[in-house]
Design a binder for this molecule. Sequence first.
Ligand SMILES: [Zn+2]
Length: 591
Amino acid sequence: MAYSINTYSVKKWDLGELFPGSDSPELQAAFDHVEEQVTSFEGVRGKLKADMNTETFLDVVRASEETARIVNKMYAFAELSFAADTQDQNAQSLVGRVQQFVAEIQNRTLFFDLWWKDLDDANAERLMNASGDYRYYLEAIRRFKPHTLSEVEEQAINLKNVTGSNALINLYDSITNRYTFKLQVNGEVKELTRAQLQPYIQGSDPDLRARAYQELYRVYGEDGPVLGQMYQTRARDWHNENILMRKFSSPMSVRNLANDVPDEAVNVLLDVTKKNSKIFQRYFKMKAKHVGIGKLRRYDVYAPVAKSDKAFEFGEAARMVLESFSAFEPRVGELAQRVFDQDHLDSEVRKGKQGGAFCASINPENTPYVLMNYTGRARDVATLAHELGHAIHAMLASHHSTFTFHSSLPLAETASTFGEMMLTEKLLAEETDEAVRRDILFKQMDDAFATILRQIYFAIFERDAHALVQKNASTDELCALYMENLKEEFGDSVELSEEFKWEWVSIPHIYHTPFYVYAYAFGQLLVFSLYQQFKAEGESFKPKYLKILSSGGSEAPEKILAEAGIDIRSSKFWQGGFDVLSRMVDELEKL
Ligand SMILES: [Zn+2]
């Protein structure tokens, strides 16, 4: 298909495929249906025996998948309605209702997981051998055996999470998503959402950039003590549950096990990144010259090097992204197009809508939903490519079960980052203006900074902050820790100012999903390595790459990558990604 600039426009998504509305009979029927299924599932409790036959066992797993499918839809409908309007009271109460419902049914079906973890190895192996695509899912449950508590304890944790950490996170979202920011632009004071403030933060006017950053952290800083307290509570809850009760060795190893990545590999990634912070520091010193100042301020890190605040109409963005995907592989372009054609993309900027961007893959048979806030900057075009990359990843793995189609976190950023690189190549090929081309090349480095160095330093901050909270640190002490972290990250290459001490309270990930952030660096470095292979091997690379994606979450990441010749425990592999970056800085120095 040929795409014109008029093919697609900015829109709100249509959640109708999930449910017609929050008070629809269909949604009520789903609650009733799950209730019936769970009641029937409770009946299998007596059938779970170590020597049970494989067919009976598979029936039990299939029944639980059927329930998971409906629950996933209900959960997604609630969460996506809330994301579309975080101030919508119906959506807020639906999220609460679904979370409560899910916690109750989890508790009623918990006996299966507990029995499964407790089963002897020989019988577990026998049943897994007959389980086909469910195998990795079943293995994954057993991984948590050493950290599993009694049925009653697990049930209590589930219930308390609804009103504890889940409620805390919802509250954090509600508070921070209603923030507005005042910024004087051309003599006029504008009231902006965070998404609307973002273009000024990364815009070409140095004074406006500084004021936008100052306003951002003024607003977060005003609530800083409250947001800091919420973070301390989150970290304490993480420690109480995972270290005290479940006996994990460290706060980060909880995430590593969930990601099924060995602690050793993550530690190597962190160490190698720290060693390579000099590459970015060298880049920032060089960038200062291009921006025309002696030393970059933290405000200038994302500053464009050319005075091009070039705006892209949404239809133009859609055209470029879809064409770049199709050029790589027509099937990939077709899959991305489905997200547009089925109105699964919410691209509009609205007050109360969740900031940032994400892709939600619900079940293998549902085209994923994408949320972003499109304001027309080049960065938004990249975000579109990024989130559609996620959607493609899920769609390529749609032949797997609901339990195994979704890739685990470390591989979750592969298709998204690769999608961005394909788009960049297209942008460079189409752009004739030298200044804009230079801007694109610098942006590539800016993005590498944002996804690699910045995220790894967030992870290091989280590690240190979780430890400090255990020593009863105050919010001020956490702010001081954050400033130390920034100093190490930037060295003497960037001038830091005081208000950045509040940056950490503005990062939703460290509240929502502790230690999520290293997955970005994992994904980006992996993609540099894959992209190198693509450039070297051409067509023969494609099947290998598509195989990684279509594996979804049906194997351990380490195993999926080993098949493509990648060893994630080796520092040499990670260093390879940084060598690509180092060469990119060399190239930029020649400009
Ligand atoms: Zn992503």
